[in-house]
Design a protein around this ligand. Sequence first.
Ligand code: ADP
Ligand code: MG
Length: 263
Amino acid sequence: MNGKTLVVTSGKGGVGKTTVTANLGLALARLGSRVCLIDMDLGLRNLDLVLGVEQRIVYDLVDVARGECRLQQALIHDRRESRLYFLPAAQSVGQNAVSSADLVRLVAGLRESFDFVLIDCPAGIEAGFATAIAAADAALVIVMPEVASVRDADRVLGLLERRGLRDVQLLVNRMRPEMAERNDMIGVTDLEELLGVPAIAVLPDDPEIVVSTNRGEPVALNPHARLRRHFDQLAIAVAGQQLHVLDGIPPSGFLQRLKALFA
Ligand code: ADP
Ligand code: MG
C-alpha cells in the first residue's frame, strides 16, 4: 500500500483544521479507507478532544519520535470506525520536539499500512507547520470567508508552492450563504479567484459543530447531523471519486478590497 499524506493547514488559528481533520478522517474510514490521523499541534493538542478519545492516550507522537515506545503502542484505534487510527500530540513540549526527518520517517512507515494519513497542523507558519508540510504530498488549506483568513491562506499557499507541493486544494469553512447572497461575505468564486486554487468543498457555519466538539462526538458520526452529508461528500472528493462538491455560492463585492490587499 502507498497511502496519501494530506496536511490540513491554514496559517490562521481557529478556522477549523482540527474539526475537518477529525470529521474527514471518520468519513474516509466509513467509505472504506484505512485512515491514520496525526496531531502535529504539539503543545496545544486538541484533536483528541474533538475525537473524544482523550482518556485513552498513553503514549504520543513525541514518545514515538524519541524511540520511547513503539508506534503501535501510541496509536489509538477508534472504537466507532474500525478503519480509523489516531496518533496524539504531546502536551508539554514545543513545536521543535519532532523534527521534519522524524515525521517524514514515521509517515513513510504509516503509508505502508494506511490509504490516508491526515496531519492536523498547528496555527502559524513556524516550526510545527514546516515539519507537517515536509511529510505531506498533498494539502487541504482551510479558509474562512474573512479577510484575515484569506491573507493567511495566501501566505500558506506561497509556502506550499515553495516546498514544491502541487496537490493543493481549498476548503471554505463556516460559509453563511445568506450573507454571501447579500454581499456581506466574500463568495466562493472570489476566494478561488483570489487564491488561485480550486475549492474542494464548502462547509456551512453550523452551531452543531460546537455541541459535537464539546461532547467529543464528531458530526461525521451522527446520522442526524446536518454537516455529516458535507463530510461524506468531502471524503468522496478527497478519495478521488468525484472532483467538485461546490454548493454554488454567488460572488461578492469583497473582491476589490482583497485584490488591493494582495497588490
Ligand atoms: P483550528 O484547528 O483551525 O484552530 P478548530 O477546528 O479547533 O480550528 O475550530 C475552531 C472553532 O470553530 C471550534 O470551536 C469549532 O467548533 C468551530 N468550528 C469549526 N468549523 C465550524 C463550522 N463549520 N461551523 C461552526 N463552528 C465551527
Ligand atoms: Mg487545531
